[in-house]
Design a binder for this molecule. Structure first.
Ligand SMILES: *Cc1c(COP(=O)(O)O)cnc(C)c1O
Length: 434
């Protein structure tokens, strides 16, 4: 045992492993450079920031869509103003509405709930397992005659056990939307996330693996789904070859949400997409350098990653024997200097992971409506949901894992020094507390 492991913990007045804050998470942002400036600059110089027409269109969003679809082997990609908008499109493509429930894990992001509720449908919570993604066993328990779609959220950088989950959905005839917002660039046994669901969505918001500040994309193979997504993301209609709205096609006379992507966001997204594998590669390398060193520690359990080669890498999650130990462990890590700059989320006890846990989504727990009619909860078509619970307790594994786990963000620019400080701190704290 190295000497430092025997030293007094910083939380008890000992010398901390480090004092310089770890870098901000925000994976794509560390890689912004000439390429982004060049492509965004082209859009500005051409004075054509709108994607569908303009004097000297650079077709940045078109190119982004082509390259994104090609990566995933999908026929269609449609860029949107955000990942949440992409979710609204994907759910809308499947005609989700009143009388329907959409199954999703209780470890989630608020957008998933918002998109379902905004369409007048009901979220149905499914518990997670040690992958921190949906439990296939609980999924088969929760599927009912009301289930319209499975929203499969690939949480915290890596998918769950897709080979166990997808057949359950397929056997029940349930279409699948993959939410890849937190796992862009990840894969499962050689297949990229977003390549298997009937539809899949991604986000380019600042916290995601590649970023344009804001942005999203929805992908699919089915032309009908694509056309519905198109009309929904825009003004409710198709567009013609000149980029003008074309309300004539009766099948695609819908209502739009005004969530097109601008050429500026398209240019930045395109530059970032071309770096995505480098960004995730850097995070994965740091993460597994840390994991290899700490996974032998007795009493500390690393999140189960079904296919580590396909992990996009932005988060390291460990689970401890009890809530008390977890709280003390997180506090001790902070004191050792395992924390980020003010305002960042470098290292937190997952109990404090906010809107990622269903019970912290108070609009859900309190069944807030889209308007003062109280819909969708008061809609007679949704009466089946009166007994559904959204409070803590609805998903026992979520409760348990939230109370005993610590999440560390893995910045895409960690140095070897940062990595060895992190390893040293985890070992030092484990040695004292476990
Ligand atoms: C970030 C995120 C979204 C939404 O993306 P925005 O671009 O912020 O609208 C959707 N789902 C999950 C799981 C996310 O993490």
């Amino acid at each position: 045992m190295s000497q430092v492991l025997c030293e007094e913990l910083a939380v008890n007045g000992g010398v901390p492993v480090r004092t310089v804050p770890l870098p901000w998470e925000l994976p794509g942002s560390h890689w912004i450079g000439e390429e982004e400036m060049d492509l965004v600059g082209k859009v500005l110089s051409s004075r054509s920031p709108f994607r569908y027409y303009g004097p000297h269109l650079e077709h940045m969003v078109d190119t982004l869509e082509q390259e994104f679809a090609a990566r995933l082997g999908r026929r269609y990609a449609l860029a949107t103003g955000s990942g949440t908008a992409a979710l609204m499109c994907a759910l809308g493509a499947l005609d989700v509405g009143p009388g329907d429930e959409v199954l999703l894990s209780g470890y989630l992001w608020v957008s998933c709930l918002g998109a379902i509720v905004r369409l007048g449908a009901i979220p149905r919570l499914v518990d997670i397992d040690d992958t921190f993604c949906m439990s296939p066993t609980d999924l088969s328990r929760k599927i009912s005659s009301r289930s319209k779609a499975l929203l499969l959220v690939h949480m915290s950088g890596a998918p769950g056990d897709l080979d166990a989950i997808l057949p359950v959905a397929r056997d029940a005839g349930l279409p699948v939307i993959e939410d890849c917002a937190q796992a862009n660039g990840a894969s499962y046994r050689g297949k990229p996330v977003g390549s298997q669901g009937d539809l899949a969505i991604f986000s380019f918001q600042l916290n995601k693996n590649m970023t344009a500040g804001e942005g999203g994309i929805v992908v699919c193979n089915d032309e009908h789904f694509y056309k519905r997504c198109f009309a929904i993301h825009d003004m409710g209609y198709a567009r013609n070859a000149e980029g003008r709205l074309d309300p004539d096609d009766e099948q695609y006379q819908l209502w739009g949400i005004g969530a097109r992507m601008s050429e500026l966001a398209g240019a930045m997204s395109l530059a970032q997409l071309r770096k995505l594998d480098s960004i995730t590669g850097a995070m994965r390398e740091s993460k597994y350098a840390i994991r290899r060193e700490i996974e032998q520690i007795e009493g500390l359990q690393c999140r189960r990653i079904v296919d580590p080669k396909g992990d996009s890498g932005p988060f390291l999650i460990v689970t401890l024997p009890s809530a008390e130990v977890c709280e003390a462990f997180a506090k001790a890590l902070h004191a050792e200097g395992i924390r980020g700059p003010e305002g960042s989320f470098a290292c937190i006890a997952m109990e404090n992971w906010g809107l990622h846990w269903h019970w912290n989504n108070l609009s859900l727990v309190n069944r807030r409506g889209q308007s003062n009619t109280g819909r969708p909860w008061t809609d007679p078509a949704n009466a089946f949901a009166n007994e559904y619970s959204y409070e803590r307790g609805a998903c026992p594994n979520c409760d348990d894992l939230a109370s005993r786990s610590i999440l560390l963000t893995i910045a895409s620019c960690l140095t070897q020094g940062d990595v060895s400080d992190i390893v040293e701190a985890y070992k030092k704290v484990a040695n004292a507390l476990l």
